[in-house]
Design a protein around this ligand. Structure first.
Ligand SMILES: *Cc1c(COP(=O)(O)O)cnc(C)c1O
Length: 434
């Protein structure tokens, strides 16, 4: 078994009559029509994941802000905009994408430690919901720009609660050693300064402690800290109306239990029911990861190890490399975080003997791999699906080795649409001057 039952249950990809499909559309059909590598998303799963979180907070005034950086493809943004989502952005570019997808600027929160003057001006003119401010200097800059433009800037302070989210160090953001947010000790004084500033409208408090969180305890610890701060501020006559709990809800990549949304929701409601605050969350990965796969074709097999025995994890002698047409420029997570992604053959039947394979891309880097030590039965030309690729896949892709970025496809039932055409070399060369 290359993929656990938990992952089979979590992914949008399912076998139908021996062929891996998304909704009622065969991945074989998509690959023949569009080529590979190609990202494929289930619109149905994007919606159902959104509705799970929305429902968990049903009894509170709330707003979901989809974290655009997880997957910023316009068709994905539009799918969420149509459900009433707001958006969490980290750049002016992401704000442009939200607007192009028909998102409502009044439901946009702007996070990130390095907001430029141009980005702040753009957001002020667009009339976003809130700036989640990450430093003293940023607060001053936003105030100055608001004054220049004759606007009042809505702000929240993003608090760094110094709570360990117990996740991969690269995706932890709420520890003192991380660059994000304002330390609790400094927050009171900064709130007072903001409250006294006529260019600013103090709306709330925000946090985001990390990603791929499975145990909700650190989230509750953070929430309790924010509530204590809200009470302290109220004592000083500063009434906050909004609380932003951040994102980070974990998903199943291998055998992790996916985040228990309902159990989390019950505790959040318990803590917030009597407070009259508007709650927001900033989910990214939870909404998109398992709604997407990356389809890739085997170009070459380079077997130098013996066939694996039954379900043995690896063989001692040599390595078996399957060189596929997707690479680290398409899906960086394995190279960047040693992330594990499930791999399934699109055709369920096995034509040849099984071996333990490393799936590697064509890029000239030893770090260019997508999966290691997978027991698969492979032939050249086979089509494979790399699972859980809907988050931090296409949005993290690059042109390294002058590779064109992959096409993207949205499935709806038994039909599909190319929502991003494959990039061309002309697209890549057009910005350059000899
Ligand atoms: C990345 C990010 C998120 C989303 O994180 P996920 O783990 O994808 O849910 C939310 N808020 C902020 C500020 C972020 O930087």
């Amino acid at each position: 078994m290359t993929v656990t039952p938990e992952l089979m249950n979590a992914t949008a990809a399912k076998y139908r009559n021996g062929t891996l499909s998304i909704e009622d559309t065969s991945l074989e059909e998509i690959a023949s029509a569009v080529g590979t590598p190609v990202y494929v998303y289930s619109s149905e799963m994007l919606k159902s994941q959104y509705l799970k979180l929305d429902k968990a907070l049903d009894s509170l005034p709330h707003q979901l802000h989809y974290a655009v950086k997880a997957n910023s493809t316009l068709a994905v943004l539009k799918t969420f905009a149509e459900l009433g989502a707001g958006f969490d952005i980290v750049s002016g570019g992401e704000l442009s994408r939200v607007l192009a997808a028909g998102g409502n600027p009044e439901s946009v929160v702007f996070s990130g430690v390095g907001k430029s003057v141009e980005e702040i001006d753009f957001a002020l003119k667009t009339g976003i919901e809130c700036f989640n401010v990450e430093s003293d200097s940023e607060l001053m800059r936003i105030s100055q720009r608001a004054e220049v433009l004759g606007k009042i800037a809505p702000i929240a302070l993003r608090i760094n609660p110094n709570v360990d989210p117990k996740t991969h160090p690269y995706i932890s953001t709420g520890l003192k050693e991380n660059k994000f947010g304002i330390l609790q000790e400094a927050a009171l004084a900064l709130y007072q300064q903001a409250h006294a500033d006529p260019n600013l409208h103090v709306r709330g408090v925000a946090c985001h402690i990390g990603s791929q969180i499975s145990d909700p305890t650190p989230l509750f610890d953070t929430l309790d800290q924010l509530l204590a701060l809200i009470d302290q501020l109220a004592d000083q006559g500063i009434q906050l109306t909004d609380i932003d709990l951040g994102g980070g809800f974990g998903v199943t990549y291998q055998d992790e239990a996916s985040f228990d949304v309902n159990a989390w929701g019950i505790q959040v409601i318990e803590r917030l029911a009597s407070r009259g605050l508007t709650v927001s969350i900033e989910p990214g990965r939870f909404l998109t990861a398992n709604a997407g796969v990356l389809l890739t074709r085997v170009e070459y097999l380079k077997p130098s190890g013996a066939p694996a025995q039954a379900d043995e994890g690896h063989t001692d002698e040599g390595k078996n490399f399957a060189i596929v047409d997707a690479a680290m420029n398409d899906l960086l997570r394995p190279s960047l975080y040693q992330a594990w992604h499930g791999v399934l053959a699109v055709q369920e039947h096995s034509a040849s003997e099984t071996r333990s394979w490393d799936l590697v891309g064509p890029i000239c880097e030893s770090g260019d791999w997508l999966a290691k030590n997978r027991i698969l039965s492979l032939a050249e030309g086979d089509l494979l699906a790399i699972l859980s690729a809907g988050a931090y896949g296409s949005s993290l892709s690059s042109n390294y080795n002058t590779r064109n970025r992959a096409a993207e496809v949205m499935v709806r039932g038994d039909s599909f649409r190319v929502v991003r055409r494959r990039e061309s070399l002309q697209d890549q060369l057009t910005t350059e001057i000899l």
